[in-house]
Design a protein around this ligand. Sequence first.
Ligand code: NDP
Length: 332
Amino acid sequence: MTEPGFSCFVVRKGSDGSITASMERQPRSALPAGEVLIRVRYSSLNYKDAMAATGNAGIVKTFPHVPGIDAAGIVQESSDPRYTPGMQVIATGHELGVERWGGWSDYVRVPADWLVPLPAGLSLEEAMILGTAGFTAAQCVQALLHQGVMPEKGPVAVTGATGGVGSVAVMLLSQLGFQVVAVSGKGDQTNWLKSLGAAEVAGRDLLTDPKNRPLLSAKFAGGVDTVGGSVLTNLCKMIQHRGCVACCGVAGGGELGLTVYPFILRGLTLSGIDSAWCPDDVRAEIWKKLATTWKPKQLQAVKRIVPRSKMQPEVEKILKGENVGRVVVDVE
Ligand code: NDP
């Protein structure tokens, strides 16, 4: 009898170093070891997935590889008593889609500790509209609140605002009552960003400083930065006294060209955000908030649902900085 197979999006590296990606069938035994087998219903597209789908050596260490740092689906088999067949679960981060075959697959098998039971108030689809991007945006908002950045302190900036993390951050912050200045390179998305709750939309030139001064006019109480590089540098120089910037992304560059002055004269806090290895208790708490009090009312407005076989153009788009909102990967 042949072993039951399943479909997945497989990235391969040829002997000449060339990278190819296509839908393939694999036997169930190809899945890695782990306590819980999940039938995936939806995954999503994050910047990291696009890097994995193009065989980026910083992300993919072994080939063949299946991308997808997010998965939402139904437990099929479990040797861990916390999870029973039929339960709806979310898996995000850890090694999923990086060291381990990820969610662009009919099935994933993972350690039970990586899972969060789908919280009441979210569907599997909604969980993947949020995905790692939404989870990261929520962690950024949490960091600002933790540092005392409240709506009455002044406007907050969100960079890379049309992207996955940025668009969810705009929704979350505006729902919490913040005056959000969305910073975006896509002038044609101004109305869309305003519909998500941005009070103002500014071009990327807001965060340039050809003179490379140590401090700039303090315009913002805080910020969520998904871009890094000079954008993050200049945002930090524009934060009011005792403000905070949550730094989570590298879409525009990994360098940071700051002096100590924003820290020692304005008391800036630069809060680093890491989603992959976020502690379990914090992870569960954030998902609960996203399902209840923080659940974005405009969630459906940021999603596009795309089947795995049509992911290649989406991968190219996100790598070029042209993505808008969240791509949910349909795994039917
Ligand atoms: P997206 O591509 O969806 O969003 C990034 C946005 O950044 C783009 O849409 C664009 O927005 C802007 N942008 C892109 N390139 C440039 C550039 N060269 N200069 C200035 N702005 C640029 O990606 P995600 O939202 O999924 O991820 C954003 C970043 O956050 C990525 O670097 C990703 O790796 C990181 N990330 C980090 C996590 C963590 O745990 N720390 C978790 C998830 C993501 P616009 O056109 O509106 O300016």
